[in-house]
Design a protein around this ligand. Structure first.
Ligand SMILES: [Ca+2]
Ligand SMILES: [Ca+2]
Ligand SMILES: [Ca+2]
Length: 323
């Protein structure tokens, strides 16, 4: 007898209220298609049962679902009938002030870290004679000269020059330093949430001089250890709205928790202006609520609906409603 045959899966989902409830039960397959859902962020986990006993929970995943309200609608639809054909024309929506939904949401961490300084690594750069990429301190900081900025690197082989408590102290992780100066007052978002980050990173920003933490738009100090996760690492770092005053040098430090060091992916974005809107891919045409066709491209604001003869009464015109 195959014990796998008796295993069943339960799927749990939470919406914005963060309260999980079971949405599927006794599944035999290792997948589930959850629909319909209104737009929003959802969290999921899965358990399995065997002979009535339910397992611990799987890892959590988060997904953003977008709905019709996230996308502007075309306007000014007109229809012109000609025998049994209808010619439709419409206007493309005005996307001047529209911000598209983010394609890659930042994934918040799902597991609380258990901080145990006894498990900290004692980092010794002499054990890592790797080629260095520059940027060990403020003196040789790598200059970020344009935004958005993205850099894949490693902290292995660098020296531990700095540390900040947010909230964990005592790390001996090596650190690398980037510098950024703007000619105008602005704000930036920095993170190591990308797939290129392979260790427990820590990020902070100094203003003007090493040791003076910058602040964020919400008044917090610009330091973060754990905010987001990727597919391989749970404790990545994200700081939103670091206040950048014009003509002041800011030092972005990529550091680590508990003596850890490895590869990182650093992203730095300006918070303004918003990205240009993407083009509209095309339109879907509905007749009496049924999809009857598509037109490709933002400028393809017309559709010819042909062969509308009433099958019940050959040769008779039919009335249709378009939306
Ligand atoms: Ca360093
Ligand atoms: Ca450090
Ligand atoms: Ca971290």
């Amino acid at each position: 007898m195959n014990p796998i045959e008796d295993i069943r899966f339960h799927v749990y989902r939470a919406g914005a209220d963060a309260v999980f409830s079971m949405v599927a039960t006794e599944l035999e397959e290792e997948f589930y298609y959850d629909e319909p859902l209104v737009a929003g962020d959802y969290h999921y986990y899965v358990t399995q049962t065997y002979e009535g006993v339910e397992s611990d929970t799987s890892n959590n995943v988060m997904v953003s679902v977008y709905g019709a309200e996230d996308f502007p609608a075309p306007t000014d639809l007109t229809a012109e009938g000609n025998d049994y054909d209808v010619m439709l024309e419409w206007m493309a929506p005005d996307l001047t002030d529209w911000n598209p939904p983010a394609v890659m949401p930042i994934i918040p961490i799902s597991d609380e870290k258990i901080d145990d300084p006894a498990n900290y690594i004692e980092y010794d750069p002499s054990e890592h004679p790797t080629t260095r990429q520059g940027g060990d301190t403020d003196v040789d900081a790598t200059v970020i000269d344009a935004l958005p900025y993205s850099m894949m690197g490693t902290t292995v082989g660098y020296t531990d020059d700095y540390d900040e408590e947010c909230p964990y102290a005592g790390s001996t992780s090596p650190d690398v330093v980037y510098s950024f100066t703007s000619t105008v007052d602005t704000a930036i978002i920095i993170n190591t949430c990308g797939e290129g980050s392979l260790y427990d990173t820590k990020l902070y920003v100094y203003e003007g001089a090493m040791g003076t933490l910058a602040t964020t738009l919400t008044g917090d100090v610009a330091c973060n250890d754990d905010f987001c996760e990727n597919s391989v690492q749970n404790y990545l770092s994200y700081i939103e709205g670091v206040v950048i005053n014009a003509n002041t040098t800011y030092y972005i430090v990529v550091d680590g928790y508990g003596g850890e060091s490895r590869d990182y992916e650093l992203s730095v974005e300006g918070m303004e202006p918003p990205p240009p809107p993407p083009p509209i891919a095309g339109y879907t045409i509905y007749r009496d609520g049924e999809e009857v066709g598509i037109s490709i491209g933002q400028d393809a604001t017309y559709y010819e609906d042909t062969d509308l003869e009433d099958p019940e009464n050959p040769g008779a015109p039919v009335t249709h409603v378009y939306e």
